[in-house]
Design a protein around this ligand. Structure first.
Ligand code: 13P
Length: 256
């Protein structure tokens, strides 16, 4: 395991789980991982379940996060939630710029940038998502796409602040498809992402920043992905919806 970077496994529950189901899932995960110190474990339920998940993991090593937020602190923004509101329930993390938000809700790099700055200012750790579509990969444009997303999403964030960001590389073609990037494909782009961070900030920030892989990751394929030098964890969709499969995956990240 990398000495420099602590692994981080986050479950993105997306638009799944009622409040009662969330409570049970968080309780089941907590039972197994309450004392997990080797890996940062983060649960990201829908907004309606944040409070019950917060209660369930209170005073444990398991942290929780939101899946989105607005960049303003308050005001007339119907349907939105701010960093202050998330902090008021002791939320630590927020996923920003997920490909589903980019493609279904029109989030641009500029929007992701505003949200990332607001999250940092609000003392939240942003998990900033980037990744190319199948079309972009087929056209060999994946590096260019990811570089543009990084430059746009992280514009104007200084090196000190950037240290607190977590990145998630999620190739869109691997999300929810069962088609996982090969460890070599993922490592190549993670190393590239790190080199872009060195340009945007500096070598120290690049060496310290954590880059998760996301896209059909599960216990069965996690070991070979996490064995890659530049893969520091996972952002997990489907396999995070079941306590056993999520805990198994975290156990893989804890080992080695
Ligand atoms: P799956 O693990 O279901 O492919 O989802 C990945 C993802 O989008 C996590 O944010």
């Amino acid at each position: 395991m990398s000495k420099l970077r602590k692994r981080i496994i986050a479950g993105n529950w997306k638009m799944n789980k009622s409040v009662a189901e969330s409570k049970d899932l968080a309780a089941d995960i907590k039972r197994e991982l309450a004392d997990c110190r080797e890996v940062d474990v983060v649960l990201c339920p829908p907004f309606t379940s944040l409070s019950v998940v917060a209660d369930a993991v209170d005073n444990t090593q398991v942290k929780f996060g939101a899946q989105n937020m607005h960049w303003e602190s308050d005001g007339a923004y119907t349907g939105e939630i701010s960093a202050n509101m998330l902090r008021s329930i002791y939320c630590h993390y927020v996923i920003l710029g997920h490909s589903e938000r980019r493609s279904y809700f029109g989030e641009t790099d500029e929007i992701v940038n505003k949200k990332t700055k607001a999250a940092l200012a609000g003392n939240l750790i942003p998990i900033v998502c980037i990744g190319e579509t199948l079309e972009e990969r087929s056209a060999q444009r994946h590096k260019e796409v990811v570089k543009t997303q990084l430059e746009g999403s992280l514009a104007g964030i200084d090196a000190d602040e950037m240290k607190r960001v977590v990145l998630a590389y999620e190739p869109v073609w691997a999300i929810g498809t069962g088609e996982v990037a090969t460890p070599e494909q993922a490592q190549e782009i993670h190393a590239f992402i790190r080199s872009v961070i060195a340009e945007l900030a500096n070598a120290e920030v690049a060496a310290g920043i954590r880059i998760q892989y996301g896209g059909s990751m599960k216990a069965a394929n996690a070991a070979e992905l996490l064995a890659q030098p530049d893969i520091d964890g996972g952002l997990i969709g489907g396999a995070a919806l079941d306590a056993r499969s999520f805990v198994e995956l975290v156990r893989v990240a804890q080992s080695e």
